[in-house]
Design a protein around this ligand. Structure first.
Ligand SMILES: NC(=O)c1ccc[n+]([C@@H]2O[C@H](COP(=O)([O-])OP(=O)(O)OC[C@H]3O[C@@H](n4cnc5c(N)ncnc54)[C@H](OP(=O)(O)O)[C@@H]3O)[C@@H](O)[C@H]2O)c1
Length: 261
């Protein structure tokens, strides 16, 4: 734990920390002794979590209520982290527009791009620069199994997750020379408020957020991406390596239509 803190501390910034996987990351990082900057829109949820973490782990926690879709997200995050040394960024927040592409307003798809693409890019740039000049640090981007191929009814979301995956892979190669570990976490279905709010019509095997977050933190420094969960690893191998791309799109499409069609 102290090796983790020395490599990725003393502070971590979790973007999208008030619930679900982001909350799980925050809890695990506090348990590893890192001080935290927590960002999300809901100030009350952040304040409750921060109080919990201060009490349980004697760490410092800053919170900042902000919408990560804002155009100046990099500068806003830098202000939230002003004066502290952020050695780890976890970009966890995401927006999804579920349903037929043409049936959702353009604004919603653009919000997917803002939160899921511009946000992680800007924060990786702003915070990664300081990490690289210190010669140590880590960046975790929450991607998804959906990043592997096009996905009907989730077209803009899946494309945004592919952006995060490919961004993380490129930065993994580029920044490792500067001492910064970068990882994309390709999670499958996980029991979170966000997943429940998507109102899937069928039940599928779900992972627990703590298990996904722990696996991601353990994988940091050991390669450009991790697929969490044995079932998900089989799926990622089949869809990404075994099947022709067209077949992967069609099979994922059928599964998504059963869930959300
Ligand atoms: N759950 C799954 O099945 C699953 C599967 C694969 C990948 N993932 C990925 O894992 C990550 C977390 O998913 P989750 O299911 O834990 O989501 P969630 O339960 O909906 O939680 C999302 C978190 O991000 C924050 N957030 C969302 N939009 C934001 C915005 N515009 N500005 C600031 N904060 C924002 C939310 O807080 P506020 O509402 O307070 O802003 C919340 O803290 C996402 O990147 C998702 O794509 C999830």
């Amino acid at each position: 734990m102290s090796a983790f803190r020395e490599r990725y501390g003393p502070w971590a910034l979790v973007a999208g920390a008030s619930a679900g996987l982001g909350e799980a990351f925050a809890r695990l990082l506090a348990a590893r002794g890192l001080h935290l900057v927590l960002l999300a829109r809901r100030a009350d949820a952040l304040a409750r979590l921060a109080e919990d973490l201060r009490r349980a782990h004697a760490v410092d926690v800053r919170t900042e209520a902000m919408d990560l879709s804002r155009a100046d997200v990099g500068a806003a995050a830098a202000r939230a982290a002003e004066g502290v040394e952020v050695g780890l960024l976890v970009y966890n927040a995401a927006h999804s527009a579920i349903g037929p592409f043409l049936g959702r307003p353009l604004e919603e798809h653009l919000r997917v791009v803002d939160v899921n693409c511009r946000g992680p890019l800007a924060l990786a740039h702003v915070l990664g620069g300081a990490m690289a000049s210190r010669g140590r640090g880590g960046i975790v981007l929450m991607a998804s199994l959906a990043a592997s191929q096009g996905n009907p009814l989730l077209a803009s979301y899946a494309a945004s997750k592919a952006f995060e995956l490919v961004l993380a892979e490129g930065l993994w190669s580029e920044l490792r020379e500067r001492g910064v570990d970068v990882l994309a976490c390709r999670a499958g279905a996980t029991r979170t408020p966000g997943y429940a709010a998507s109102r899937p019509r069928r039940s599928v095997p779900l992972m627990e957020p703590e298990d996904v977050a722990r696996r991601a933190l353990d994988a940091l420094g050991h390669g450009p991406s991790v697929v969490t969960g044995a079932l998900n690893r089989v799926a990622a191998f089949a869809f990404g390596r075994l099947l022709p791309r067209r077949a992967s799109i069609q099979i994922m499409g059928r599964a998504t239509r059963r869930l959300y069609g």
